[in-house]
Design a protein around this ligand. Sequence first.
Ligand SMILES: [Zn+2]
Length: 424
Amino acid sequence: MQEARGSGTTGAAGIMAGYPDAADKGSMRRNNLGLVLRLLRESGEQSRTRIAAVAGLPKATVSVLVTELIQRGLAREGELDRAGAVGRPHRMVTLDGRWVCGVGAELGVDHITVLAVDLSGTVVHERRRGIDLPELSPQETLHEVAEMVRACLREIGARGMSAAGVTLVTQGEVDAGSGTVLVATNFGWRDVPAAAELRARLGPAAPPVLLANDAESGALAEYLRAAADDVRELVYVTGGIGVGGASLSGGKLLRGSEIGHMHVDRRERPCACGRTGCWETAVGLQAFLDAAADRTDRVHDRSVDLAQRLDELLARADRGEPRTLAALALIADDLALGLGILVDVLNPPRIVLGGYFAVFGRYLVDAVQRVLDERRIRPTAERVVVAASTLGLSNAAQGGAYLTLEGIFLDPTSAPERRVDAGA
Ligand SMILES: [Zn+2]
C-alpha cells in the first residue's frame, strides 16, 4: 500500500510547500537567490541576460545574485556566451553544488535502497540490500537502514561532500511533521516514530532526518525530470506490492491519494486494507506475479532481489512466453481501467508509470495509451500522454534525496558550510 495522504509538506520541502512571500529585504534576497538557483536546475546553463529575462529581475541584480551563488559554491561559470553578444563575451552560469548532496533511504517490503544525489541531480552513491521487512520489527529494520545511511555518509564525507539531510521514504500514510509512519499495511507498521528513531541511531553529528511517502517522493523525482522537458503537471502512478499515486502541478504537490484502493475490480479479491476489489488487488505486483507464474516459480522468491526477478519475467516476455504476455495484457487492461478514472477526475497532460509498471513499460504503455485515446469523449480534447519512468526502481529514493535539497533551492543561504577541501 502506498497511501500518500497528508504527507505533502515539511519544512525543507520547498517544492511541495510552494514559494514564500517576500517579507523583507533579506528574505527577498534569499527568495531571488532561490529563484535563480531553481532556474539553473530547470533550464540548465544560462546567460545572465537570459536569467534576468526569465526571472523578471534587473540584470544588475542578477549579476549580484549570481556572484553570491558562485561564492557559496552553488553555481559556477560555464561556457562562453556566444549568442548575440555585443562587446566582450560573458560566461554562461551553470549549477554547481557538487560538494553538497541529499540522502534518500527507501524502505520497500523486500529491499532497502540508500542513495545520495548532489545538487545537480547526479547520483553519487547507491546501495540496495534485499530484506524481508514483514519478518523484522520496525527497530530491526531501522537498524539496517541506519547502518546503510552511516556507510553512505562516511563515503560522501571521505569525498569532501556534505549532506544537507536524509529522507526516510516509506510506504503508507505518513505524518511528515512528526516523522511518524501512521500506517503501512504491507509493513505491518502502525504509529512508528521512524524519523526520530533513525536520527537517534545516526548519532548527534548526523544531518536532519525527514520522512516522506514513496509515491510522493517518486512523483517529485519524476516532476524534476519532466520539468526539463517543460512539463509542469503530471500524475505519477507506481506499481509495487501496493499501488500509489501523486499529482504535481507547477512544482506543487496537489495531493497524494489512496488510488490503490479505488474500488474498480469486480473480482472482489481481498485487499490488505480489509476491503475487497481494490485496484491494487488487480494491478499490484502480487497480482502480476500470480498471473505470470506458479507460486513455486523462483520469481515469487522474496529472498531474491526484486530487480532480478522482474528482469527474469521481462526476459520471458521478450522471448514471447505466452503466460507472461497474458499476465501483462491482463495488467494493461486493469491499469487502463483505473487510469481512465484518474484522467476523468484530474485531466493531467501526462501520466508517468513507475515501479514495476516502468520495468514492463514496452508492454504496458502503448496498450494503456490506446485505451485512454479511445475513450476520449471529444476527439479534440487534450490528449493525455502515458510514459514509463526512466529513473528506475530507485526513483522514490531519489525523490527523497531531492527533498532534503529543496531547502537549499528555496533559500540558498541555508546550504551547509562548504568544506575547504571540497573538490571544485
Ligand atoms: Zn485496499
